[in-house]
Design a protein around this ligand. Structure first.
Ligand code: GDP
Length: 308
């Protein structure tokens, strides 16, 4: 209970930057067009994006009418409901385990600096603590520093790592999936090198890693995860779209929500997924740099933190 409380506080404190302009909208005495205008500006400033902002405002007007609300304070509660409902489809647990007992293979991608390696370290800790055995694959064969960094996380979690100097990232991933099966591991996490979606040859390399992993195990990868930095707002949404076009993502991790003015991007992502008629869950959120600072995403908690 205590640790959960402390990370929720961190999320609340982090999102305060996002929420301060949002909550200030509700300090007036009337529900009028000025309130809706200010709310629109505040949502856009929080990087909610034009579509999600419009959707939320329309939904909010309906809720205000249905509730016959007369005070701005009530509108705040109704907005929290609207945001929570929009975010709800993003809330889904990451399921580990296969009927045939083979390893669940997680392929993890992201741009440099998004928090990918840290997230893998934290995820390994989280999975180990829930009783799953993990094997890491350092598919960034190019940067020695990246392999070393992943190695530090492997040591810290006392799990095996498959790593290779130079060579082909797809080959390392292939070996790791086979090693995971041979060693009876529950989870294999493939760490890929950070890249920008505009680096087309590197995006092709990612597709190849996915194909080759599938050769090692026909049902793999079981999850293709993108790690995005919650601080980067609309840019993070652009990354989601581009990586999804290349890899067909099955889930997201949003990092650095312990200090962002752009927490609205989750609503923008939810809107995008809704338009795609797909579930693209946010399996975890990052709220700090420590091992335990990876938490499952809860739509209602998030909406409440945003407006606290
Ligand atoms: P990568 O290049 O995507 O592998 O990024 P790293 O994992 O190396 O992370 C980049 C920086 O962001 C490091 O300083 C991390 O400690 C930091 N970081 C990662 N996740 C979080 C988070 O959730 N909150 C905060 N405050 N920092 C984070």
């Amino acid at each position: 209970e205590a640790p959960r409380q402390s990370w929720l506080n961190r999320l609340r404190n982090g999102l305060r930057k996002t929420g301060s302009t949002l909550t200030s909208v509700f300090t007036g005495t009337q529900i009028d067009e000025t309130l809706y205008d200010e709310l629109e500006a505040a949502l856009l400033m929080a990087d909610t994006g034009t579509q999600a902002t419009q959707y939320l405002l329309d939904d909010l007007r309906r809720r205000v009418k249905a509730a016959k609300a007369t005070a701005p304070a009530e509108v705040k509660g109704l907005l929290a409901d609207a945001i929570a409902e929009l975010l709800q489809p993003l809330q889904k647990p990451l399921v580990i385990g296969r009927p045939d007992g083979g390893p669940t293979v997680l392929m993890v991608a992201g741009v440099n600096g998004a928090g990918k390696t840290t997230t893998i370290g934290k995820l390994t800790w989280h999975l180990s603590h829930s009783g799953a055995s993990v094997l890491l694959a350092a598919a960034d064969t190019f940067r020695a520093a990246a392999r070393e960094q992943l190695g530090v996380w492997a040591d810290r979690n006392t799990v095996d790592i498959i790593s290779q100097d130079g060579g082909d990232p797809a080959a390392v991933s292939f070996d790791a999936v086979n090693a995971g099966r041979a060693r009876g591991r529950d989870v294999v996490i493939v760490d890929t090198a950070g890249r920008l979606p505009t680096q087309l040859h590197l995006m092709e390399e990612l597709k190849k890693i996915k194909r080759v992993v599938q050769k090692a195990d026909a049902s793999a990868p079981h999850e293709v995860l993108l790690v995005i930095d919650g601080n980067t707002g609309q840019n993070a949404l652009a990354q989601v779209k581009a990586f999804d076009a290349a890899l067909t993502l099955t889930g997201l991790v949003v990092t650095k929500l312990d200090g962002t003015a752009k927490g609205g991007v989750l609503a923008a992502i939810a809107m995008w997924a809704r338009e795609q008629r797909r579930a693209v869950p946010v399996y975890f959120i990052g709220v700090g740099e420590q091992l335990e600072d990876l938490q499952t995403f809860d739509a209602r908690e998030f909406a409440a933190a945003l407006l606290s």
